[in-house]
Design a protein around this ligand. Structure first.
Ligand code: PLP
Length: 377
């Protein structure tokens, strides 16, 4: 039988069913948001200084940020083109003008020099994306945000568990977002987390989160009832999703540890082959902290596509990553941008290998042997 190695999977546990049954048997658990609270208790240990809001997605958390910052028609936001559409949509929905800036070679995040050159009187925010769960040049971006009085937002969607110099990603900007989507390594099937680092925004963000009411002040006991006080919407994570997330958060150390072992193994098994042939590995300094993805970079799109097809023939699912936003038909119509060379090049060159808890070391041996044979042809 042909071996099949999927690109991603959902962490397996018997506790999901048990906990979902508990929830369905007891309406009070729903009403009290028992599992959401359990998730928040764990997350508060990981992010002790932040105000945390559990959301239905990172997309939702980004939209909440745009509302909190009161982004208006004509405001400019600087963001990478090499990212997921939600990074852009959240601000475009409020009428912002998107200013796409190219990434830099080493971390595949915003290039601070190009960011500084793109700042104008209308710039309101810089949205930093940490690609693949690794820090972009966040310290330099932080310095720019301070110098020009801009808000800094970290799209740390892929970064649960990752840090830069012992500080968790998502805690450098005024806001950070983490995704617990099915495509991420810790998952609620769909879910997200908003981290509010700048306390000046806490009350406003919480009111928007509570459908435009002062419900959080009510829950804290400081007012006798809650009422409509601002615009807002429903951003909460459904309780059934929180059941899944709680189990994965409980098991996080084990999950992250396994992903780290797999990453290191990929790296050690592929290093010689990469030196001999025309492709490179995710940089060595990123391996220690690597939970979200393991990627290869080829010298051309043609070669990358050939390797992907070879993998597919052998039952291995390997995927490319992002079609740069500036090159999409929607952006060309609404947010025309000069060509961003590196964003387009990386999009052509990158290939992500299977990395999840159901991958075993002998799967990696197999993946490496398929690649080795490809180069022998
Ligand atoms: C996954 C992802 C998102 C969207 O997260 P959702 O939870 O699916 O809304 C946003 N930005 C980046 C960089 C992502 O990788």
């Amino acid at each position: 039988m042909k071996k099949e190695i999927k690109f991603n999977s959902f962490y397996f546990s018997n506790n999901y069913t048990k906990n979902l049954e508990n929830l369905f048997k007891d309406y009070e658990l729903f009403r009290q948001k028992h599992y959401s609270k359990a998730c928040l208790n764990i997350l508060e240990e990981i992010y002790p200084k932040q105000d945390l809001l559990l959301c239905h997605s990172a997309t939702g958390a980004l939209e909440l940020i745009a509302l909190t910052l009161d982004i208006q028609e004509g405001d400019e936001v600087i963001l990478p083109s090499f990212t997921f559409v939600s990074t852009a949509n959240a601000f475009a929905l409020r009428g912002a003008k998107l200013v796409f800036v190219d990434i830099e070679e080493q971390f595949l995040g915003l290039d601070p020099y190009l960011v500084e050159a793109a700042i104008t009187d209308k710039t309101k925010a810089i949205i930093a994306v940490h690609y693949a769960g690794h820090a972009c040049r966040i310290k330099e971006l932080q310095a720019l945000a301070t110098k020009y009085h801009l808000s800094l937002i970290e799209d740390a969607a892929m970064c649960f568990g990752s840090s830069f110099k012992d500080q968790a990603l998502g805690t450098f900007g005024d806001f950070g977002v983490i995704s617990f989507d099915i495509t991420k390594h810790i998952s609620a099937s769909q879910g997200g987390l908003l981290l509010i680092n700048n306390k000046k925004y806490s009350t406003k963000a919480k009111d928007i989160y509570h459908v435009g009411t002062n419900r959080s002040a009510f829950e804290e006991g400081s007012i006798p009832y809650y009422e409509w006080i601002s615009l807002g919407s429903k951003f909460q994570m459904p309780e059934t999703n929180a059941v899944l997330l709680q189990e994965q958060l409980e098991q996080r150390e084990q999950i992250l540890h396994k992903l780290q072992i797999l990453s290191k193994y990929y790296y050690s098994q592929l290093l010689q082959l990469a030196e001999k042939h025309s492709f490179s590995l995710m940089p060595a300094f990123q391996i220690e902290n690597n939970f979200h993805e393991f990627y290869l970079r080829f010298s051309s799109r043609a070669e990358r596509d050939l390797v992907a097809t070879t993998f597919k023939k052998h039952g291995i699912e390997a995927l490319f990553h992002y079609i740069p936003l500036h090159s999409s038909s929607f952006a060309k119509e609404h947010f025309p941008s000069p060509e961003l060379k590196l964003s387009s090049a990386v999009s052509d060159q990158l290939l992500r290998l299977p990395l999840h808890t159901q991958v075993e070391l002998n799967d990696i041996d197999y993946i490496c042997s398929v690649l080795e044979n490809y180069f022998k042809q």
